[in-house]
Structures are given as structure tokens and as C-alpha cells.
Ligand binder design. Structure first.
Ligand code: HPA
Ligand code: ZN
Length: 346
């Protein structure tokens, strides 16, 4: 058991920024900054319904998940060529490396692009090349998770899986995202069963806005290994016990929850309660270009609002490596690096 040495409260924010960490919940289309949206729109001659970067930023006032998704899918419409996907992912990975992210598992939404006539290999090859270059140039490792859009049919998810089949060596797993309410996990039971047979890792968004029942069915019907968000688990004591006992990771995104009004104020966020109940919670940015900050901003703001300590900081970074889909030796190496960092820091 690693004993976390005392860290002065005024140095905690510095520790949060400097400690090595993994990011496990980042939608790459949600890392598209308004400046890059405008640059790509110009490069690709795609019309935008906003006059300027500032006008687009002004539109980022959300009341719930759907109000965000409408703008997020519109922003992604500027992505057409392999180089566009490369530039987007390369920019995210450079920014993540600045936040001392040692490893990232990156979501992408192929159906958002194939519906506009972009080939799935254009998407995957561009993202994959950015991951490879970031590994050699920045020393950050990263893998890709293909997400099915849950507002579309299971047949559409199967079609997407078929298109991705020749490229499966470039992805580590599949996930489920988009509009949660009215689209329970069990709608995708068959396609997740097929992905499991193919040896892919499985995750799903559940319990962001949706009820604890969606978390239960993500676990028991889809058989996912991690829950994305999952903050609504708090309303179901038996579920909390199950998540703690089985060390099912939750990829929590504090600023996203605040901006989409899941918690009206970060002061009311339940991250600390989830950790104190023994759950394997992690901190992530979700859609950093839209929600006001990358991973370190999520750490520093939620810690400032909820009075967490160096022990929580260590636990969150440890959990991020434990919950990753990295091979055991690389996990051990990163956890050792984290412990050495905290020792040297204190
Ligand atoms: N929830 C569901 N779908 C999403 C999200 C999210 O937070 N971000 C991007 N797609
Ligand atoms: Zn998400």
C-alpha cells in the first residue's frame, strides 16, 4: 500500500497539474477548438452558420446533453480529409502532453462522418497516424475507441462495425455515446456481443443524465468493463456496492457535468463521495473545447470546489492507470512513475 506523504494545501494545485495521469474519456471531435473549426472550414470550403470564432464560442451555452450535441455535430462537419483528422488528434495530444497525460484512450464517432460521405478509413487512418507520431515525438501513448451513436439504430452500428473490420488492429475497443435518455444500453446488446467475440474492449456512457438502470444494463447486458460518467450511480446503494466490489471504473468529467447542468455547481459534484465509497473513479475532460478546459482544469477546479486532498489526487491518478486498457507492464511502469513523482514532490 503506497502511503501518500503530506502535501501543503497551497501546493496541491501544482501537484494536480504535474502528476502523471491517463485520460480515458475524451471525444476527439470535442477537442476541436473554434479556431481549428474555422481554419478547416476555410481549407475545405465548408460553410458555417457562425460569422466568427467569437460568435461560435458565444453559442456554447448549454442546458442539457442534447443542446450540446446539436452544436458538437455541426462543428464536426468541417472534417473531410485524412489530414483533418490527423491535425485534430495531433493538436489534442500535444495539449494533453502539456497536462502530463502519459496515456490517452480516445473516443471517435465514425457515424458522424460516414453519414456525410467520409470513408471510415479516412477517419481511422488520420487519427491513428496522429497517435503514432505523438508517441515518437511527445512520448505520450494513445489508443482509439470507436463509439456507436445510440440515437441511431443497432443495424447502423452493425454496418459501422462491418466497415471498420479491416481496421480493427487500429482500435482497442468500442463505446456507446450521444443522446442517452430514451436509448438504453440494451438497444445495442447484439452488436456489443459481437464486439466481445472479436476481442474488443467494451465501454459505454451510462448514468450521465440517464437512470441507474442504464448502468445496470451496461454492466449486465452489454458486459462493459468501464462506465463513462456513471455519476447517477449515487442514487442506487446496491449499484454503488457492485461498482466498488468489482472495481468497475467510472470515467467522470466534472466540467462537462457542470456545463450540461448535471450538477448545477461544481460544489455539488459527487466525485469525492464516489472515491470515498471506494469506487474506481477517474477525472477526464469529455469535450474540452466545449466545456472550458482540458484535464488539468478539470482536476484543479473540482478539487478547489470540493476540498479534496493529496490522497484523493494520488487515488485518481492511480485509478486512471489501473482502469486503462494498457498491458500490465506499462501500467506498473506508469504507477511507479506516479509514486516516484509524489515522493519527490512532498
Ligand atoms: N455524452 C454523450 N455523448 C457525447 C458526449 C457526452 O458527454 N460527448 C460527446 N458525445
Ligand atoms: Zn463523453
Amino acid at each position: 500500500m503506497f502511503k501518500v506523504p503530506p502535501v501543503f494545501a497551497r501546493r496541491l494545485q501544482e501537484l494536480l497539474r504535474a502528476m502523471p495521469k491517463a485520460e480515458l474519456h475524451i471525444h476527439i471531435e470535442g477537442s476541436l477548438e473554434p479556431e481549428l473549426i474555422f481554419a478547416l472550414a476555410q481549407r475545405n470550403d465548408v460553410p458555417l452558420p457562425y460569422a466568427s470564432v467569437e460568435a461560435l464560442r458565444q453559442a456554447y451555452a448549454f442546458t442539457n446533453l442534447q443542446s450540446f450535441l446539436d452544436i458538437y455535430y455541426a462543428g464536426a462537419s468541417v472534417l473531410l480529409h485524412e489530414q483533418d483528422f490527423y491535425d485534430m488528434a495531433r493538436a489534442y495530444l500535444a495539449r494533453a502532453a502539456m497536462d502530463n497525460v502519459a496515456h490517452a484512450e480516445i473516443f471517435f464517432d465514425p457515424q458522424t462522418h460516414t453519414a456525410r460521405g467520409v470513408a471510415i478509413e479516412t477517419v481511422i487512418n488520420g487519427l491513428h497516424r496522429a497517435c503514432e507520431d505523438a508517441r515518437s515525438e511527445l512520448g505520450i501513448s494513445s489508443t482509439l475507441i470507436l463509439c456507436f451513436l445510440r440515437h441511431l439504430s443497432e443495424a447502423s452500428a452493425f454496418e459501422t462495425l462491418e466497415q471498420a473490420q479491416p481496421l480493427l488492429d487500429k482500435i482497442v475497443g468500442v463505446g456507446l455515446d450521444s443522446s442517452e435518455l430514451g436509448h438504453p444500453p440494451e438497444k445495442f446488446a447484439h452488436v456489443f456481443a459481437r464486439c466481445r467475440e472479436l476481442g474488443l474492449h467494451l465501454v459505454a456512457h451510462a448514468g450521465e443524465e440517464g437512470p441507474p438502470a442504464y448502468i445496470w444494463s451496461a454492466l449486465d447486458v452489454l458486459k462493459v468493463e468501464r462506465i463513462d460518467h456513471g455519476v447517477q450511480a449515487m442514487h442506487d446503494a446496491a449499484l454503488m456496492q457492485r461498482l466498488a466490489q468489482d472495481r468497475i471504473p467510472l470515467t467522470v468529467c466534472p466540467l462537462s457535468n457542470q456545463k450540461l447542468c448535471v450538477f448545477p455547481d461544481l460544489k455539488n459534484h459527487n466525485l469525492r463521495q464516489l472515491l470515498d465509497a471506494g469506487l474506481c473513479a477517474t477525472v477526464n475532460s469529455d469535450d474540452p473545447a466545449y466545456f472550458g478546459g482540458y484535464i488539468n482544469e478539470n482536476f484543479t477546479q473540482v478539487f478547489a470546489a470540493t476540498d479534496m486532498t493529496a490522497r484523493h489526487a494520488y487515488q485518481l491518478a492511480f485509478n486512471s492507470f489501473e482502469a486503462s486498457f494498457l498491458p500490465a507492464p506499462r501500467k506498473a511502469e506508469l504507477i511507479a512513475r506516479l509514486q516516484a513523482h509524489i515522493h519527490a514532490f512532498a
